[in-house]
Design a protein around this ligand. Structure first.
Ligand code: TXA
Ligand code: MG
Length: 314
């Protein structure tokens, strides 16, 4: 942890576990380190980063919290929730990290290793998921190593993550909006808000064509192998990403089979999702057939990531 904090202070790139996925951290106030971070990931520089802090007090130094934001932070931090808020007047986070926006994405992760590093370092740490841009997010240190070895300075291995999908992102605008479904189910958030979260598309006042979560590019999270959703059977040469106890026709000749949750539990499925996609991507199958996953709870985030994985890439 001390080495990680030192590495960050020296402008280094340090991968560390959070409860959602592994992050690739850099000092949020150091534009040089952030430029290196974008380069290491091969990430388009217009895609802004999440600032990670150790507690609400540290978050309030970089962002302006209204009553809604306070209620959400108090209910769910530390936890798998990112809030998009106005940058505070004296926000020390480099413009490069927020891609010139006047808002900033902030979260307090619920992982003892992440919190220990953030507290030892003392300042905000920007951390995208620790994968090459466009790849599946890493849920183990080995995934990080596979994507980024030689491009970054340190990987802190905290074992496999517990949640398995990225944080839920809520934009605290005039009306709170769900910018990215993720590791905190929508229902939990709506219960605290006492109202429904709007989707950016549903906001009649939203600027047309201006993406509110610029990182939600259609082809994010994609394995190299083609992904076929809502499979009712396995075609010759396909691998199967299963969900639940049912056996599909053709499964006996599948190139590979992995079951997200044989007992149909969406939390278990979220934790397994990215690791299983990586494994099936390496199986040599001509496509990955995916069984339907229910939409409740973390199912919303799982289906979002699967939809993105299924979008064609060049
Ligand atoms: O669980 C997570 O959120 C992980 C861990 C490491 O914390 N991080 C993560 O970061 O998923 P990343 O960079 O892969 O995704 C951050 C998303 C991007 O889609 C980005 O466009 C969006 O947050 N974002 C960042 N700042 C924003 C802002 N000011 N307004 C709207 N969206 C923003
Ligand atoms: Mg990512």
């Amino acid at each position: 942890m001390a080495a990680a904090a030192r590495g960050l202070a020296e402008g280094g790139l340090v991968a560390f576990p959070t409860e959602t996925v592994y992050g690739l951290g850099a000092d949020a106030t150091n534009p040089k380190a952030i430029a290196r971070l974008y380069r290491a990931k091969g990430r388009p520089a217009f895609n802004p980063l999440i600032a990670h802090v150790g507690d609400l007090a540290a978050a309030r130094r970089i962002a302006d919290f209204d009553a809604t934001a306070m209620a959400l932070a108090e209910a769910f931090w530390p936890g798998p929730l990112t809030l998009v808020l106005p940058r505070s007047a004296d926000c020390a986070v480099a413009e490069l990290a927020t891609a010139g926006l006047d808002t900033i994405a902030v979260r307090v992760p619920a992982h003892p290793v992440a919190l220990a590093i953030l507290r030892a370092f003392g300042g905000p740490v920007v951390a995208p998921s620790a994968n090459l841009s466009g790849h599946v997010s890493p849920t183990t240190a080995a995934h990080v190593q596979g994507d980024l070895a030689g491009r970054i300075d340190l990987i802190v291995d905290g074992g496999p993550v517990t949640v398995g999908v990225e944080s839920t992102i809520v934009g605290c605008f005039e009306v709170p909006m769900l910018l990215r479904p993720g590791g905190l189910p929508r229902d939990d958030i709506e219960r605290v808000l006492g109202r429904a979260l709007l989707h950016p598309r549903q906001d009649p006042g939203a600027d047309s064509g201006q993406p509110l979560a610029p990182g939600m590019l259609a082809s994010h999270y994609a394995p190299r192998t083609r992904v076929r959703l809502n499979a009712g059977s396995v075609e010759p040469g396909e691998a199967l990403l299963a969900f639940g106890p049912a056996a599909l026709p053709g499964v006996e000749s599948a190139a590979a089979v992995m079951n997200l949750s044989a007992r149909s539990n969406v939390d278990e499925a979220a934790a397994n999702l990215f690791g299983y996609l990586r494994t099936l991507d390496r199986s040599g199958a001509r496509a990955i057939a995916v069984m339907p996953v229910p939409h409740h709870g973390l199912g919303e985030a799982i289906n979002d990531r699967l939809r993105r994985a299924a979008v064609g890439r060049d």
